[in-house]
Design a protein around this ligand. Structure first.
Ligand code: FES
Length: 145
């Protein structure tokens, strides 16, 4: 039911932990299941994400998608990180069962929330970034993966 990549990232999640004095921190909850995700970003003066960590109270799919998402944004600029959608993360993991797609939203939304926090602290505007919702998953996600 799960791809090998999902199982790998679930069993050996990358970038678990926290960053003290992070440039931006974002926490979101999934309204469907009540699970929670927190992302920490360390961003340098050139707007490059030098480090990223996550902590979650979430299911295996949430762990795997967050692990993959953190790998995909690390070393990227903010603009590049904005392209890392939950769809891109699911594809990188060779797909998720439809019932677990909502779990992958946690990572994307938590990264956006952390970027929002960074933007607010530094008085900058990140193109395409909308104020994050704290609770996600209320609307149906298009399950087209
Ligand atoms: Fe809650 Fe997957 S069931 S994040």
């Amino acid at each position: 039911m799960y791809s090998e990549k999902v199982m790998d990232h679930f069993q050996n999640p990358r970038n678990v932990g926290e960053i003290e004095g992070a440039s931006g921190t974002g926490t979101v909850g999934n309204a469907k299941c009540g699970d929670i995700m927190r992302i920490y970003l360390d961003i340098d003066e050139n707007h490059v994400i030098q480090d990223v960590k996550f902590k979650t109270f979430g299911c295996g799919a949430a762990v795997a998608t967050s692990s993959m998402a953190t790998e995909m944004v690390k070393g990227k600029t903010i603009e590049e990180a904005m392209q890392v959608t939950n769809k891109a993360v699911c594809e990188a993991l060779d797909g998720l069962p439809p019932a677990k797609i909502h779990c992958s939203l946690l990572a994307e939304e938590a990264i956006h929330a952390a970027l929002w926090d960074y933007a607010e602290k530094n008085h900058i505007v990140i193109e395409g970034l909308e104020k994050p919702k704290t609770d996600i998953g209320e609307e149906e996600v298009e399950e087209e993966y």
